[in-house]
Design a protein around this ligand. Structure first.
Ligand SMILES: [Zn+2]
Ligand SMILES: [Zn+2]
Length: 247
């Protein structure tokens, strides 16, 4: 342990500055660099200023789909076309730098980013009723082969460890390899996903949390929820790292 400046009152100013320099050097050897700016990380994997600037999803929002509403009431879309899931919990909005970090996690395979991405969501989940099981958004086998890992499953595994809730990686399957939703117009999206998922385990009376990295239109999670509901699930929560908000 390096002595603090309080404990060395008899040293000259120049010796103080040399010792303070050494203290900073030793601290830098033992602390990680901030994931976002490379400065010294003091808050988990981030420096204090990057931590403060993160786009947490804290504004009043529809409890079902997590889109912002004036007073946190259910939005018009969920009232007219209720999704098959009951609630959505999102830690961040899908804006910079979370979009860039999620991209590095998902497409560059930087699995070291999971802690950073998922920990705020775990903290939010702690204040909610715990589900009986976690089901990650399944990837089609062809996509899994291409990417090498399922980003939603890795996040679900972290939740399972932290919350002591079982994860069922093979409960649901993606039975059609659909074109990416982003390439389609809004009215084509639900048709694109129809019947894309199948669930193989009985879920009668269970509270299920569906896990994914990002919710954009919510169409994929809605379709997965439909398959989970068919198996008898009583309550379906959606937990996503980030929620895309309308511009
Ligand atoms: Zn930083
Ligand atoms: Zn809504």
């Amino acid at each position: 342990m390096v002595a603090s400046s309080k404990n060395r009152p008899h040293l000259s100013n120049s010796r103080h500055s040399i010792i303070d320099g050494c203290v900073k050097f030793v601290q830098s050897l033992f602390s990680e660099a901030c994931l976002l700016c490379g400065d010294r990380a003091t808050r988990g994997q981030l420096c204090a200023s990057c931590h403060t600037a993160l786009p947490y999803h804290d504004q009043p929002a529809c409890p079902i789909c997590a889109l912002p509403t004036a007073g946190g009431e259910t939005c018009g879309s969920c009232l007219t076309h209720p999704p098959r899931f009951d609630e959505t919990l999102a830690a961040f909005t899908f804006t910079f730098p979370i979009d860039a970090v999620l991209h590095a996690y998902k497409y560059a395979g930087n699995l070291a980013l999971i802690e950073f991405l998922a920990t705020p969501l775990v903290e939010r989940a702690l204040s909610r009723p715990f589900p009986d099981l976690l089901i990650p958004m399944p990837l089609h086998p062809a996509r899994l082969k291409q990417r090498g890992f399922n980003q939603a499953l890795e996040i679900a595994r972290l939740f399972a460890r932290r919350l002591d809730v079982p994860v069922h990686p093979h409960a649901c399957r993606r039975i059609r390899d659909t074109p990416p939703q982003a390439t389609l117009k809004h009215d084509q999206r639900s048709a694109n996903l129809r019947g894309a998922f199948a669930c193989d385990i009985p879920l009668h009376g269970k509270h299920v949390a569906l896990i994914d990295d990002v919710m954009t239109s919510g169409a994929s999670l809605g379709e997965l929820a439909k398959a989970v509901r068919k198996q008898g699930a009583a309550r379906i929560s959606v937990w996503v790292v980030a929620r895309t908000l309308p511009h």
